[in-house]
Design a protein around this ligand. Structure first.
Ligand code: HEC
Ligand code: HEC
Ligand code: HEC
Ligand code: HEC
Ligand code: HEC
Ligand code: HEC
Ligand code: HEC
Ligand code: HEC
Length: 341
């Protein structure tokens, strides 16, 4: 009797392990791995869903439902947006009412602009996607770049040039099929807008597709005028001086003019918090509110709002405190906008 029960248990065990071993039957999250680090707000996910294995996929970020997918292909590839810092991404697959699979991934989105998110927590590592062979993706996607991924582009001729239509760029781009979401914002950087991704990303770099450092060399390769202009100035703004253009500008796209990560004012006070009051311009017993630094019209740059950049050049200047005007003292500065004074 006991032997028969034991025999039965062994059979059950073998049967169960056989099911678990039948790879093509199980739902698998191929990307991302757990505790990875991203630079930008888009996280790509790729889920293998064998035919009939599930009829609904739910995706939640930090407990809030973000996506509802009815699986209709063997692979479901999608993306979700992430806030800076740590997020918990939960993918659940249902068949009928039953939960058939769940995957939980902790992901860290780094941000240079927020000091507490500059460095990932200790257990997190950047999973460099393109450093592995990825046969599971190559079945449907191309991963090796072609000549179409680098185009000759110059800021001085860009606006005037007759560029072929957007459709041509996306159809010929190797990167588009997976990274199309990277440009879904209102202000898109010139070379990115024509999917010339290899203008900056190097396919032959030791870390595949990494960008040459220092970064300002990459930017100045094309922005030759700015390079000449700013380097000839007496004062260069701290972050520009160390070549950190992308602490303020997205190289791809953003919802702010000039592809800035935040609107100009928010960007400036991000690092110069104490200047938000305007007390540094006008601050004494008489003007205790300080000088306005936003929410008014710029009297000089017609059509623009008053911001920190109305008085300061964000890159470089020959005048004290990076003044945006050719003035050497406070009084002259005030006169630029207050003509009657
Ligand atoms: C069976 C074919 C197939 C395989 C295998 C496959 N994909 Fe996809 N993938 C697609 C298709 C088709 C699309 C386009 C979907 C669309 O246009 O809505 C896509 C789109 C994507 C996207 C863009 C998602 C978005 O939000 O627009 C990413 C990212 C992606 N795939 C990553 C991967 C990765 C990583 C792998 C390997 C782990 C992989 N794919 C394997 C077919 C596949
Ligand atoms: C099969 C889909 C796929 C294709 C095609 C693809 N990528 Fe990626 N790439 C990814 C995924 C997934 C990541 C992981 C980070 C993420 O979620 O965006 C990634 C990450 C990256 C990174 C960050 C470094 C790394 O290796 O993780 C760079 C840079 C990059 N891709 C550039 C490119 C460029 C340039 C092209 C076109 C020549 C390209 N990719 C084509 C899916 C793809
Ligand atoms: C003007 C230069 C430039 C262009 C053009 C450009 N990139 Fe980037 N990209 C960068 C820089 C800089 C980074 C920051 C990471 C680094 O320094 O490697 C980056 C990072 C990325 C990342 C990685 C984010 C991460 O999590 O590490 C992806 C993905 C990416 N780029 C894809 C693309 C794609 C796709 C295109 C084409 C539409 C493109 N890039 C065009 C400069 C550029
Ligand atoms: C391959 C050439 C190329 C590289 C490299 C490049 N840019 Fe650009 N950039 C352009 C073009 C082209 C435009 C669009 C000019 C236009 O719209 O007339 C542009 C526009 C811009 C603008 C907006 C200017 C405006 O008046 O709206 C900013 C900001 C910018 N680039 C910053 C950068 C930064 C930061 C880097 C480095 C990470 C960089 N660029 C690298 C070609 C390049
Ligand atoms: C401290 C943040 C910051 C840094 C760092 C920075 N920029 Fe800018 N940049 C700005 C702001 C803000 C504007 C918009 C100014 C305005 O409103 O007129 C701008 C405008 C631009 C423009 C378009 C207008 C112009 O002046 O030509 C270009 C091109 C540009 N930046 C390139 C760069 C490059 C290249 C670097 C690195 C060498 C860089 N920026 C570093 C904040 C920054
Ligand atoms: C990423 C952080 C960062 C951002 C964003 C930033 N700054 Fe700065 N800023 C610095 C650093 C670092 C210095 C140099 C430290 C010092 O000299 O006090 C500096 C110095 C300055 C100075 C002093 C120059 C002098 O000679 O007295 C001015 C003015 C200034 N920034 C204005 C701005 C304006 C305007 C913006 C928005 C367009 C801005 N900053 C955005 C980091 C930043
Ligand atoms: C109306 C013109 C004006 C505006 C707008 C303005 N500033 Fe200033 N800023 C000045 C003047 C004038 C000085 C020199 C003050 C002095 O010498 O006492 C200065 C000095 C500075 C300095 C360097 C000196 C110091 O006290 O550390 C920084 C940094 C600075 N401003 C940042 C900002 C930021 C950030 C904003 C936006 C929130 C801004 N400014 C808006 C006129 C302006
Ligand atoms: C870039 C242009 C600009 C510069 C430079 C500038 N201001 Fe102003 N100032 C403004 C604007 C815009 C307002 C708001 C006017 C309005 O709302 O009608 C303002 C308002 C004021 C006010 C009224 C304050 C209030 O609460 O309405 C005073 C006083 C003033 N400025 C003094 C100065 C002094 C002193 C300087 C030199 C240190 C200076 N401004 C430099 C643009 C400027």
């Amino acid at each position: 009797m006991q032997i028969r029960i034991l025999f039965y248990i062994v059979i059950c065990f073998l049967a169960a392990s056989n099911i678990a071993g039948a790879g093509q039957e199980s739902i698998e999250l191929h990307y991302p791995p757990d505790r990875t680090v991203t630079e930008y707000d888009i996280l790509n996910l790729s889920l293998e869903v064998p035919e009939g294995a599930a009829d609904l996929i739910m995706v939640a970020v930090d407990g809030t439902d973000r996506k509802k997918i009815i699986p209709d292909t063997k692979y479901e590839c999608f993306s979700v947006r992430l806030k800076p810092g740590t997020s918990t991404v939960e993918v659940s697959a249902f068949k009928g009412e039953a939960l058939v699979a769940t995957f939980v991934r902790y992901v860290f989105r780094r941000s240079d602009l927020i000091s507490e998110y500059r460095k990932p927590p200790r257990s997190y590592n950047k999973a460099r996607f393109h450093m592995e062979d990825r046969p599971d993706c190559k079945e449907c996607h191309v991963l090796e770049a072609s000549g179409y991924d680098k185009k000759p582009i110059s800021p001085s001729t860009f606006a005037a040039e007759e560029l072929s239509s957007e459709k041509v760029f996306t159809a010929t781009s190797t990167c588009y099929s997976c990274h199309n979401n990277i440009l879904k914002s209102s202000f898109v950087h010139g070379p990115a807008s024509v999917w010339s991704c290899l203008s900056c990303h190097d396919q032959n770099a030791e870390t595949k597709f990494s960008v040459k450092q220092p970064l300002n060399d990459v930017c100045y390769d094309c922005h030759i005028e700015q390079k000449k202009d700013w380097n000839s100035k007496k004062y260069i703004h701290g972050p520009v001086n160390v070549g950190n253009c992308t602490i303020c500008h997205s190289p791809h796209a953003s919802d702010n003019a000039f592809n800035l990560f935040k609107s100009t004012w928010d960007l400036c006070v991000n690092c110069h918090a104490e200047k938000a009051t305007g007390l540094h311009v006008l601050g004494d017993a008489f003007f205790e509110k300080g000088h306005p630094t936003k929410g008014r019209k710029d009297p000089v740059r017609i059509g623009k709002e008053l911001t920190c950049a109305s008085c300061h050049n964000p890159h470089a200047s020959n005048y004290p405190h990076l003044w945006a005007f050719e003035v050497n003292d406070l009084f002259e500065l005030c006169k630029k906008c207050h003509f009657d004074k």
